[in-house]
Design a protein around this ligand. Structure first.
Ligand code: AMP
Length: 588
């Protein structure tokens, strides 16, 4: 009954705006797919009725009011009516779009009068953090609904509390695949009444190797359940799962318009305290135009600036001791490019807005999430892209994990640039400079031609002798290539990220180890299949192992690009193995 009333009032409202018409077309199933462009959390403003039009009971509306939600986000507008009608749903949306409420609210509404003891809804998430968050969301949206119970079950914690919670009345169970399987097998999670299954962040579950587990769980659940699948990306594996298990699903795609922080590629590297300055200098070898380095103390700003100046960089300092007018002058010089690098404390750099900042280095770990977000926001200004690198020592590992959780971003690990990388970069720059000098400076052309003729006639030099001398002049007296001992870098880089308690999943640990492992015993092979072919790390490993005698453990880093993949394999492979590699097929 509630549902019928609902869709009628929704219909009359929808005639009012163009935007809503799209939704109505979708509801009547003329077009099965809704595409919405959205800022991460943009609530629709054209409809002041907020959540009331969905026909939610008063308890839900009260809890939404308590939470301060006034209007639904685009994904909520599109998904809630579908789920209220009991349809299956395939949604492509990132976190931050309001997708949790999009599935939680209609499910809570449907369970409003549930008197059963056993759970009716199961939500599967890839990590325990997400399981906790989703369970918390269910709890808060149902906080005004009497006797509504949500239980979270995930690995890495004691079974006893979970078992006793599952014994009492429960409406929704949120959990990670491994622990859900354990409880089903032990009979401590009664699934016979489950009539709705939500797969949240399905692509992440697949990346973590949970496909088999998910399929096993789906097979145990009763037939004819409502299925909801949310995924940030839609690779072919996810589409296949959708095809296999979802019944005529409504499809919703939220195309998120990138926010400024999303234009910033966030990275971290492991470095011991006494190697930080060396690591910084190496980072600046790759990027030294428009950089802010954040440090914790005023004293450090000056000592680091001095060290960088001695290495030939143009640097300035911004700290609380520097008078306001001097600070303004510094920022101005940075904007104009007279200074390339700024070493700053957090307070001094507050609100700094310089478009040419391409890189933010978190030399010292930020005190909290807000400081981190503020720091990295100094790059990626005005729609440009930027990079942020965070220095992490062994003791700060758990801060890193907390930071990732609280900012809900995955910070990618990178290595400190080795001699090889730096030398390649220096070479690249030199070639670029030589090439640019060839085209520029018309006014000197006659003079240079005279000079070359002179060198050829009087000094019997040929073209390559002249080029060699000119390049030597550019390089100067200093050694062009770095060749100092860089073995310490490999030691830092080989540190296992040890993020096992993220989800207790061994496959994840292995893949991290694979990414961190980098040394000279590897050679990089290029294969002509990539993301467009639906290829994943696991496919590549299994194909290589099945077609050659290479052991999975000896495969190094694997990088999958759109139409090719790079795989680090042991150096000096036998010719026969190399021939086999040439012929390998992945996913046929
Ligand atoms: P999610 O994408 O589900 O992780 O949600 C992102 C954030 O948006 C969470 O902090 C939610 O509490 C919040 N949120 C979800 N829906 C709304 C809404 N309609 N109005 C305001 N905040 C919301």
């Amino acid at each position: 009954m509630a549902l019928e009333k609902n869709s009628k009032s929704l219909d009359s409202e929808q005639e009012k705006s163009q935007n809503e018409e799209v939704l109505r077309r979708d509801l009547t199933n003329l077009e099965n797919k809704t595409e919405i462009e959205s800022q991460s959390l943009e609530v629709s403003k054209e409809n002041d009725n907020g959540f009331q039009d969905f026909g939610f009971n008063q308890s839900i509306l009260n809890s939404l009011r308590n939470k301060g939600y006034k209007n639904p986000t685009p994904i909520q507008k599109a998904a809630i009516p579908e789920l209220m009608l009991g349809r299956d749903l395939l949604g492509q949306a990132q976190t931050g779009t309001g997708k949790t409420a999009a599935f939680a609210l209609p499910l809570i509404e449907k369970l409003a009068d549930n008197k059963e003891l056993n759970a009716k809804v199961l939500v599967m998430t890839p990590t325990r953090e997400l399981a906790t968050q989703v369970a918390e969301s269910f709890k808060s949206y149902s906080s005004e609904s009497s006797n509504f119970k949500t239980v979270a079950i995930y690995g890495g914690t004691d079974y006893r509390n979970q078992i006793s919670a599952l014994k009492r009345k429960v409406d929704v169970v949120v959990g990670t695949p491994g622990r859900i399987m354990d409880h089903i097998r032990q009979g401590t999670f009664k699934i016979k009444d489950i009539n709705c299954l939500v797969l949240d962040e399905a692509d992440e579950m697949l990346n973590m190797g949970f496909l088999e587990d998910i399929e096993w769980i789906i097979d145990q659940l009763p037939d004819n359940k409502q299925m909801v699948l949310f995924s940030a990306t839609m690779p072919s594996e996810i589409r296949n799962i959708a095809k296999k298990y979802l019944n005529d699903p409504a499809e919703i795609l939220i195309k998120s318009v990138k926010k400024e922080t999303q234009l910033i590629s966030q990275k971290f590297l492991y470095v011991q305290r006494h190697h930080k300055l060396d690591a910084l200098k190496r980072i600046l070898e790759l990027n030294n135009e428009g950089v802010i380095i954040f440090v914790r103390t005023k004293l450090l700003t000056t000592s680091i600036a001095e060290a960088l100046e001695n290495s030939g960089h143009t640097v300035a300092v911004l700290n609380g001791d520097i008078p306001q007018n001097q600070r303004e002058n510094t920022v101005d010089r940075l904007k104009k490019g007279f200074i390339n690098i700024l070493v700053a404390t957090d307070v001094a750099a507050r609100g700094l807005d310089v478009e040419r900042i391409k890189l933010v280095v978190n030399y010292d770990f930020p005190f909290d999430k807000e400081t981190y977000t503020h720091r990295i926001g100094r790059t990626g200004r005005a729609g440009r892209s930027g990079e942020a690198i965070l220095f992490v020592n062994q003791r700060e590992k758990h801060f890193l994990r907390n930071l990732e959780n609280s900012t809900r971003t995955k910070i990618e690990e990178i290595n400190i640039p080795s001699n090889k990388i730096i030398n390649e970069k220096r070479m690249e720059k030199l070639i670029e400079n030589v090439n640019e000098s060839f085209i520029a400076k018309d006014e000197n052309e006659a003079l240079i031609i005279d000079l070359i003729d002179n060198l050829k006639e009087k000094h019997s030099m040929d073209d390559s002798n002249i080029a060699m001398s000119a390049i030597n002049l550019v390089i100067g007296n200093k050694a062009f290539f770095v060749n100092e001992d860089d073995s310490w870098i490999h030691k830092q880089n080989n540190t296992d990220r040890n993020r096992s308690n993220r989800n207790g999943n061994n496959r994840m640990k292995n893949s991290n180890r694979r990414n961190n492992y980098q040394n000279d015993s590897f050679e990089t092979y290029k294969f002509n299949f990539g993301k467009f072919d639906g290829v994943r790390v696991a496919n590549i490993i299994s194909s290589i192992c099945n077609s050659t005698n290479i052991n999975g453990r000896s495969i190094g880093k694997i990088q999958i690009f759109n139409d090719y993949s790079l795989v680090d394999l042991p150096r000096d492979l036998h010719r026969e193995t190399k021939n086999k590699l040439k012929k390998i097929k992945v996913r046929n």
